[in-house]
Write a protein that binds this ligand. Structure first.
Ligand code: HEC
Ligand code: HEC
Length: 98
């Protein structure tokens, strides 16, 4: 009787482990997979200053901090939630508050 109860507990723990096992989450990328995917309204063209994109990904903060552009310029095309903060929370940068 005791053995049966113990094996039930063990089975329960095993099921919890499977249910809570950490899942691999794709890093934020434009049109990537998973909850961190960066989404930009496809009807909007990318502005010229985004090119080359890999430069822009690592330097947009300089342009903003210098004041060449302001945050509200960005939010015309970007939704802060789905195309700034999903990446910012991943890299540990400050949250963009619209
Ligand atoms: C006219 C619309 C528009 C404006 C304004 C705009 N963006 Fe973008 N942005 C886009 C589009 C479209 C893409 C996707 C480009 C691509 O996939 O080639 C993009 C991509 C990005 C990316 C790269 C995302 C990734 O995962 O690679 C970052 C970062 C970004 N924008 C930041 C900004 C910032 C900061 C500003 C304001 C200074 C801004 N954007 C203004 C349309 C815009
Ligand atoms: C694909 C990833 C990604 C996306 C999308 C993204 N950023 Fe960033 N952002 C970064 C990284 C990386 C940093 C640098 C963090 C650091 O140096 O500590 C940064 C830094 C910044 C900073 C400087 C923050 C500070 O504390 O100095 C600003 C401002 C900024 N981003 C604005 C935006 C805006 C506005 C958007 C949306 C339009 C955006 N970012 C979208 C990756 C991203």
């Amino acid at each position: 009787m005791r053995k049966a109860a113990l094996s039930l507990v063990a089975l329960g723990l095993l099921l919890l482990l499977v249910a809570w096992y950490p899942r691999y989450v794709e890093k934020p990328a434009k049109d990537g997979a998973g909850p961190l995917s960066v989404y930009v309204d496809p009807s909007r063209p990318a502005p010229e200053y985004h090119s080359p994109l890999d430069w822009w990904q690592t330097h947009h903060m300089d342009v903003l901090n210098r004041g060449d552009l302001v945050q509200s310029d960005c939010l015309q095309c970007h939704d802060a939630k789905t195309s700034c903060n999903n990446c910012h929370s991943y890299v540990g940068a400050n949250e963009i508050v619209p």
